[in-house]
Design a protein around this ligand. Structure first.
Ligand code: COA
Length: 342
């Protein structure tokens, strides 16, 4: 029939009948396949829920066993041996839990309800993380272009508000995406997620900050900061995706050739390059807080947005600066313990 239609031949009843016979055959084939797929899906869901419930029961038992062992009087060597076996099983169950449905946290529950957001396979987890990084990259490029345009070309409050509104949407989306990453076993520090909530508040206040003398005085500093922040985020993207690629390669040694030393040496090179830019960004945030505090006093706190944004920039500085220091401190500490153990 397709051929007849393409060549412009007239379609007869016999051609239609032939086509119908073919469709009916294909439909019957599909029906059988779909029924078998549904059976497998039902079995898969019931097994998955069964495993999730069993993990919970086992974890409870192991927790009880572990505290019982710690408090009971027994031969210390035998006790330590059993305890280490219990701990091993606890770790194995925690790893298994990363691939099983679990209750969503408060924020995620509020937004998507109690639907399952855990991915079943490592490949899906990787894909989701890649999508998250790509999303951040695209939005960062957009923010960079918009900030450059606002700083050099457009001097318009509506264009500024559009950028702030975009940032508001972007950070809201990040909070949801990161909650899903955490539900899938990501080790993102709580502050980085918290940072996005603070950024949501900051962008929201920027949208409603009326155009007046205080706004005009701070505008160019903010646009320049936004350009610089987008630039750092591009560097961060390069570093984070580099780390991810190398970590995955470590997990798939058969396919790619990379050693743990190779990963660490790349990570340290990347960090050493990135850190000065990050710290400059943090101190710029502190400067923004200072400049806004001065503006608040200069204009006698007429616009409440000025002190509010000053406080938010200060909170951001503290969180970003101290969390980065603590991340680097822990990395240095674990490197020195590893090299001592070798
Ligand atoms: N935002 C989102 N996720 C982050 C993150 C951030 N700022 N920093 C780290 N992560 C993620 C990593 O991708 C990794 O995820 P995974 O478990 O899913 O693989 C996890 O958190 C653990 O990463 P960790 O080993 O602690 O850090 P790192 O080596 O990946 O990155 C820094 C370390 C310091 C480079 C990074 O935390 C960073 O860029 N911080 C500064 C951010 C900042 O200050 N921004 C404002 C600039 S003005």
């Amino acid at each position: 029939m397709e051929v007849a239609r393409r060549t412009g031949e007239s379609i007869t009843f016999d051609t239609c009948k032939e086509e119908w016979d073919d469709v009916e055959k294909q439909y019957n084939d599909f029906e059988a396949k779909h029924a078998s797929y549904q059976q497998v899906a039902e079995k898969y869901f019931s097994q998955r829920n069964g495993c999730a419930a069993q993990v919970q029961r086992l974890q409870k038992k192991l927790d009880g066993l572990s505290s019982g062992l710690k408090s009971c009087a027994a031969d210390p060597a035998a006790k330590a041996e059993l305890l280490s076996l219990v701990e091993e099983k606890q770790k194995a169950l925690n790893r298994a839990k990363n691939y099983l449905p679990r209750k969503n946290g408060f924020y995620l529950g509020l937004i998507v309800g109690q639907v399952n957001v855990s991915f079943d396979s490592q490949q899906e987890k990787y894909k989701y993380k890649d999508e998250y990084e790509k999303f951040k990259l695209n939005c960062t490029i957009f923010t960079l272009i918009a900030s450059v345009l606002n700083y050099f070309v457009l001097h318009n409050r509506i264009a500024d508000a559009c950028l702030s509104f975009f940032l508001l949407w972007y950070y809201c989306t990040l909070t949801v995406r990161e909650s899903i990453l955490i539900a899938n076993g990501s080790r993102i520090k709580g502050w980085w997620v918290m940072h996005h909530y603070v950024a949501v508040m900051l962008s929201g206040i920027f949208v409603i900050w009326e155009e007046g003398p205080s706004y005009q005085e701070f505008r160019s500093t903010f646009m320049a900061f936004s350009i610089y922040q987008s630039f750092i985020q591009l560097l961060q993207y390069y570093y984070q995706t580099g780390c991810l690629y190398r970590l995955r390669a470590l997990g798939e040694r058969d396919h790619m050739d990379i050693t743990i030393e190779g990963f660490h040496s790349w990570m340290w090179k990347g960090l050493t390059f990135l850190l000065p830019f990050l710290f400059l960004g943090h101190f710029w945030q502190l400067y923004n807080a200072y400049a806004l505090t001065r503006l608040s006093f200069k204009y006698m706190f007429v616009d409440w947005q000025v002190p509010a944004i000053a406080v938010l920039f200060f909170v951001m500085f503290c969180g970003n600066f101290f969390t980065t220091i603590s991340v680097v401190y822990h990395k240095v500490k674990s490197r020195s313990t590893k090299s001592k153990n070798q």
